[in-house]
Design a protein around this ligand. Structure first.
Ligand code: FES
Length: 63
């Protein structure tokens, strides 16, 4: 099994990160994450920077 982190851009949804990754904020602080997590790219999440599924209700279209 590969140790490489994989990043998937979901159609009209989040950016899914799988694997152990250090997620670092703008101040250099490491944000605790699960091994697999999703980042919001629609701007509607109430749990930014993570996706909370709000993109579906908002009807987010990537393009
Ligand atoms: S991408 Fe899922 S809430 Fe923004």
């Amino acid at each position: 099994m590969s140790d490489r982190v994989k990043i998937f851009v979901k159609p009209n949804g989040s950016v899914r990160v799988t694997g152990v990754a250090d997620f670092v904020d703008a101040d250099g602080n490491v944000i605790e994450t699960k091994e697999n997590f999703s980042l919001c790219r629609c701007g509607h999440s109430k749990e930014k920077p993570f996706c909370d599924g709000s993109h579906r209700e908002a009807g987010f279209q990537a393009e």
